[in-house]
Design a protein around this ligand. Sequence first.
Ligand code: ADE
Length: 266
Amino acid sequence: MDIDIVSVFPEYFDVLDLSLLGKAKSKGLISVHAHNLRDWTHDVHQSVDDTPVGGGAGMVMKPAVWAECLDELLGLPEADNTDRPILIFPNPSAPLFTQQDATELSHAQHLVFGCGRYEGYDARIPTYYRERGVDVREYSIGDYVLNGGEVAVSVMLEAITRLLPGFMGNPDSIVEESYTGGNALLEHNQYTKPASWRGLDVPAVLLSGDHAKVDRFRRDEALKKTDRIRPDLIAQLDCHALSKADRKTLIELGWEVSGDHPRRIS
Ligand code: ADE
């Protein structure tokens, strides 16, 4: 997978050389290029922003400098639509980035990320590229405002690249974790040895060696934890895909499971 990132702080992405992402880079699974947006400016001050039209606080990133940069990275106007990169802008006012988005983007060959700063970027930039047939995505990583898109791009990149075949030592760990699959639940708690630590014991069933019992215990723990912390995820479950045992647990937790999706009744 080829990854281009445009930022006024490209050094920020030096961190990508660390940890598993760094390993994936050295194994050749991914190639990452962080570009400085100011390299596409023509004035002595290398300015990338201007005051907002209509007034208001802060500065807005100018479309012209972004367009020169993105035309080059996207190979426009020559490149045909089929092998165009996907263009991604982090933006606090966009739909939330989810595990589903990470999974979909992990199948792409080439991603280009544009990091906004200040009060954001001119809204005509994504519009312009969409109108030219580019697949443009805007995502928020959470309901809070950061100083710029760099942290958000790091978050998205980590979520996407760890799904690439060959990235994880043990690919099973991806299948089992939170938010994965159609019927997403929060993952059950995990424990390691020792079985007893500072007066706190690992749940006895996990030491029983009975795999069916362990699976059922973990599934119930996942249902209970999701009910407590993210009931919105329970309400999105497909009742038709739930086992008899899942239904029983959900009913005990106060959900009705007779329709398409669970409904809280107590
Ligand atoms: N830029 C600033 N805040 C952001 C957020 N929450 N998500 C994505 N990009 C951002």
